[in-house]
Design a protein around this ligand. Structure first.
Ligand code: NAP
Length: 252
């Protein structure tokens, strides 16, 4: 059998697909042949156009992932569209910045709810359907360098992304034998809304750039290949990894 990165006939769900990394992942999956359900709370118009320009098909699903309300609906609306849901990319995430000494309960809860709690229950809903129907599938969680490192001034973000690395491993252990691959990608420093404050701070920007071996901030398109790999048959024996796509940051 030739190695296959082909996603033709598969349906992917991507959360936080309106912008940034989620948009780039949606386009990459569509280029590989998948139909893509674009999930989020903002207009998906830009991503719909980009997927269509890539020759793909998309469905937009309105969902605020700060609560569990949309979890079952995301799966049922996707399945009502194409009859299937093969790939789940848990990409939506938020960050709140403040010194640990001043950090508020609201900023703790908001980040943990979107970055960890909803990710777990959406993964559960996705896997329940696959397991009930005896089908295989792929879950790709978007982790972070803060799954490996401490960082500063982002306590709930670091806790959520370190927790997500652990959750990725646990779900891989429980579901690998059921034909569901659970893995994660740890993006390095990518140029998106999430990192705008860092790029706007000349000192932080220079410090970050100086330690990236590749010498530049990641562009969202540079994440697409890893997402397609972990969503495709090429990764069928890959379970529970957190794959850095970081321009060499962690190798430093
Ligand atoms: P971004 O541009 O801020 O995108 C975050 C996405 O999550 C947006 O689509 C956002 O929707 C969505 N989202 C946030 N809260 C939501 C909610 N309550 N309901 C529905 N959608 C929600 O940043 P990004 O860099 O592309 O981030 C994507 C993922 O990569 C995140 O998990 C982030 O932690 C991770 N990451 C990013 C970097 C980086 O360098 N950029 C590095 C490591 C990890 P709205 O536009 O409506 O807010």
């Amino acid at each position: 059998m030739p190695i296959s990165f082909d996603l033709t006939g598969k349906t992917a769900i991507v959360t936080g697909a309106n912008t940034g990394l989620g948009q780039a992942i949606s386009v990459a999956l569509a280029q590989a042949g998948a139909d893509v359900a674009l999930v989020g709370r903002s207009s998906m118009a830009e991503t719909e156009a980009a997927v269509s320009a890539a020759g793909g098909r998309s469905l937009s699903i309105q969902a605020d992932l700060s609560s569990l309300e949309p979890v079952d609906r995301i799966i049922s609306e996707t399945v009502a569209w194409t009859g299937r849901a093969d790939i789940l990319v848990n990409n939506a995430g938020i960050i709140r910045r403040a010194d640990a000494i001043d950090f508020t309960e609201a900023d703790w809860d908001a980040v943990m709810d979107v970055n960890l709690k909803t990710v777990f229950f959406l993964s559960q809903a996705f896997a329940r359907r696959l397991i009930t129907e005896g089908k295989s599938g792929k879950i790709v969680n978007i982790a972070s360098l803060l799954s490996f490192q401490g960082g500063i001034r982002i306590p709930s973000y670091t806790a959520s992304k370190s927790g997500l690395a652990g959750l990725t491993r646990l779900l891989a252990c429980e579901w690998a034998a059921k034909g569901i691959n659970v893995n994660a990608i740890a993006p390095g420093y990518f140029s998106t809304n999430n990192t705008e404050a860092l790029r706007d701070d000349p000192d932080r920007n220079a410090a970050i750039l100086s330690r990236i071996p590749a010498g530049h901030w990641g562009q969202p398109e540079e994440l697409g290949g890893a997402a397609v790999f972990l969503a495709s048959p090429a990764s069928d024996y890959v379970h529970g990894v957190v794959l850095p796509v970081d321009g060499g940051w962690l190798a430093r």
